[in-house]
Design a protein around this ligand. Structure first.
Ligand SMILES: NC(=O)c1ccc[n+]([C@@H]2O[C@H](COP(=O)([O-])OP(=O)(O)OC[C@H]3O[C@@H](n4cnc5c(N)ncnc54)[C@H](OP(=O)(O)O)[C@@H]3O)[C@@H](O)[C@H]2O)c1
Length: 316
């Protein structure tokens, strides 16, 4: 089968389209024929080797997390899944599962969901990592109704979904993006847009109940000055720095910090499905063919896009 693989960690040059053996469906696993896969910043970070203590030294390694596809074999007997079922979800490449940028992948059912009738295949492939990361943080910021919210990085993968969710939940949202994305930010139903290239994001005269930092470019120390009493700073930042400021934030009275982390809980999947299928929260998608994965990675790394980059893997 064809797959986009790396045979070493490194820059864009290590990503190649190769013929590799189709995986055999092991006990407890599902074999999925991939229809669509979507990219996330972790894809090029894994390629670079930033998580090699988790992703290991076994090559070739197929990249890609998010997908939509069809189960062609199920050896996960205790799961709800059957051959022929359409599904979407996340291939856990951090835990050394094969990625989704391949014609087939073999994965555990943990982050796999049946494709809901009213979510189309492309949208389903785009929402798992970004949508569940957004939901995990937004849940910690509740109650949301009538809250004044700033979303930093409002047109990126996580940010554009988070912005739509806050708007849908009745918040008054200010979106932060660069000049080229102002029109996209305005289309998300926000009341104000701040162009971070030309304006101060945290200006002294505007206070918020929630600062949701999808881009992970602010920090609690800065954000807390612009938070109302009991306000929350929520960031997608990962790792030691985020944990350090989380600990530090506990010493500040009346201002909180939380981390918006991908956990992939079933309850979060259900909330995401409801928001996408019934509440008009929709990913903005740019489409690429399977032969253009290297081009899509370049776009992802340059940041010259908004929403999600989706790869059509199955050619009809
Ligand atoms: N904690 C978790 O579990 C988790 C899970 C997934 C991702 N993440 C992290 O979350 C972050 C965002 O992920 P994503 O998928 O949304 O990435 P993305 O699709 O690449 O979007 C990044 C966004 O950041 C904006 N941005 C860049 N520089 C900025 C600045 N100085 N100020 C404000 N906004 C800025 C970009 O806006 P413009 O294009 O307008 O410049 C873009 O909209 C990444 O750092 C990723 O590693 C965390």
């Amino acid at each position: 089968m064809k797959a986009w693989v790396i045979t070493n960690y490194g820059g864009p040059e290590v990503l190649e389209l190769m013929d590799i053996e189709k995986p055999k469906c092991k006990d407890g696993k599902l074999l999925v024929k991939i229809h669509y896969a979507a990219l996330n910043p972790y894809d090029f970070k894994i390629r670079d080797g930033f998580a090699k203590w988790m992703t290991g030294k076994k090559f070739p390694k197929v990249l890609g997390g998010d997908f939509m596809g069809e189960i062609v074999e199920s050896n996960a007997k205790k799961s709800q899944f059957n051959t022929g079922q359409l599904v979407y979800g996340f291939a856990n490449i951090f835990m050394r599962e094969q990625g989704s940028l391949a014609e087939f992948t073999m994965i555990s059912p943990k982050y796999v969901r049946p494709l809901p009738d009213n979510i189309d295949s492309i949208n389903a492939s785009a929402i798992t990592s970004a949508g569940l990361t957004a939901i995990s943080g937004i849940e910690k910021c509740k109650p949301l109704s009538d809250k004044v919210v700033l979303v930093n990085g409002a047109t990126g993968g996580i940010g554009h979904l988070a912005t739509q969710i806050f708007v849908e939940q009745g918040c008054d949202v200010t979106a932060v993006c660069s000049t080229k994305n102002i029109k996209v930010a305005e289309s998300l139903g926000v009341s104000k847009v701040i162009d971070y290239k030309n304006e101060e994001v945290l200006s002294k005269d505007t206070m918020y109940d929630i600062i949701y930092d999808a881009a992970a470019k602010l920090n609690f120390k800065k954000a807390k000055k612009q938070l109302n009493k009991n306000g929350i700073y929520c960031t997608t930042e990962e790792g030691f720095t985020a944990v350090k400021s989380l600990i530090w934030s506990k010493f500040i009275l009346n201002k909180k910090m939380c981390i918006s982390n991908f956990k992939g809980k079933t309850t979060e999947f259900i909330k995401l499905e409801s928001l996408v299928s019934k509440k008009g929260v929709n990913p903005i998608v740019s489409n690429y063919s399977f032969s253009q994965v290297d081009k899509a990675f370049k776009t992802l790394e340059e940041g010259s896009f908004n929403g999600k980059l989706v790869i059509k893997v199955l050619e009809q």
